[in-house]
Design a protein around this ligand. Structure first.
Ligand code: UFG
Length: 358
């Protein structure tokens, strides 16, 4: 997939225009990465409308927009309702975060993943065509690559996913690519490595039910909500035997979405790129850094491997920097842990412990 080698100018992140000239529809905007991106768009002066069915998202995370009447509690399953949102709100672009995202669940229940990730995205694309809305930035995943054939993994790494989750994300990319070739659609596929951290200004963070991700689980141990963190395997071919991942701060992910949207709005047709730091940390290193940041002991116990975990996933992508002018500015591991810990400390039961219920 090619991308014009053109730096992006935009207001967010201290840059200049162009910003989208009209509302941006953020689908899945009440979720973890979506809500952080919504806040960044809002702070950049972009008009935002959130569409979310709240199946996994949190109303509290978009309370300001909700109060302003910029939240549509709508499911992508409901094509008529989605068309109606496009007709009333007239978005000039879409950022698409809405998807089911548990690898294990996708193995046990692929039907849910093909229905909600693939067919609901088809509904969204059809609604965009009907409304003549051209631009879509898509929340893709390094899970579309499958097991690495090279480390670090470039933006052009072969895509051969190993889970139904990864396959549905790849189907979504392919659908958008085909629509972009046939119709008046431009798209950006942003393939995240391990999203982590919480808002720099506070108040937003990661709150999944159930929680399966390493960093929030480690912090739940620090909080005393869990007795220990289980380390899934210490016999991998890595220096300390535990798996290595490339953790990327959710604020850096948000920034990339704004840049990708401006890239499309300025006339570029498509881009697909990795969002990672190029540096990996082992499970043991993450736990030790969390002990340092939280000043809690965080007991850990080695157990067997979790099925489907590749030993290393580290980005070697350059396109996001070269084309979008993006860099991971907040993704030092300790900064990620500090910000996540601030959210966990402020909201020990997640958004359920938020005082803002309006
Ligand atoms: N891990 C543990 N103990 C835990 C939880 C995780 O040891 O209790 C380990 C995992 O085995 C893995 C690492 O910590 O080695 C990171 O695990 P996460 O579940 O936090 O993240 P993954 O790398 O499995 O998942 C990420 C994204 C997914 C995406 C996947 C693609 O979060 O959305 O990469 O491989 F599908």
């Amino acid at each position: 997939m090619s991308a014009e080698n053109k730096a992006v100018d935009l207001q967010a992140g201290g840059n200049k225009e162009p910003i989208p000239q009209g509302p941006v529809l953020v689908v899945g905007g009440a979720g973890y990465i979506g809500s952080h991106t919504v806040r960044q768009l809002d702070q950049a002066g972009v008009e935002v409308v959130v569409l979310d069915d709240l199946s996994t998202g949190h109303r509290e995370s978009i309370a300001d927009l909700d109060k302003r009447g910029a939240f549509e509690e709508v499911s992508l399953a409901d094509r008529t309702a989605v068309d109606d949102v496009f007709a009333r709100r007239k978005p000039v672009g879409v950022i698409h975060f809405a998807a089911k995202c548990y690898v294990g669940e996708s193995v046990e229940n692929p039907s849910k993943y093909y229905r909600e990730n693939v067919t609901y995205t088809w509904n969204l694309l059809e609604a965009m065509r009907t409304a003549h809305c051209r631009d879509i930035v898509f929340s893709s995943s390094c899970a579309t690559y499958g097991n690495p054939v090279e480390i670090p993994m470039t933006d052009n790494h072969p895509q051969d996913p190993i889970s139904p989750y990864g396959r549905t994300k790849l189907h979504m990319e392919h659908m958008m690519d085909d629509y972009a070739r046939a119709y008046d659609i431009r798209f950006a596929a942003l393939r995240y490595f391990n999203a982590a951290g919480a808002a720099l200004a506070g108040g937003l963070g990661e709150d999944h039910h159930p929680e399966t991700h390493l960093i929030p689980l480690i912090l739940q141990v620090a909080q005393g909500k869990r007795e220990e963190i289980l380390i899934f395997g210490d016999d991998y071919d890595t220096p300390d035997g535990t798996c290595i991942r490339d953790y990327i701060h959710v604020e850096d992910l948000g920034d990339a979405h704004l840049r990708a949207l401006s890239f499309l709005q300025s006339g570029s047709e498509r881009i697909a790129c990795n969002l990672g730091t190029g540096h990996g940390y082992s499970v043991q290193e993450v736990i030790q850094a969390a002990r340092d940041v939280t000043q809690h002991a965080i007991p850990a116990r080695i157990v067997g491997r979790r099925a489907g975990d590749p030993p290393r996933l580290v980005s070697g992508g350059t396109i996001a920097t070269e084309v979008l002018g993006w860099t991971a500015r907040h993704s030092q591991l300790r900064d990620i842990l500090r910000d996540a810990w601030a959210f966990h400390s402020k909201f020990p039961a997640g958004y359920a412990s938020s005082t803002d219920k309006s």
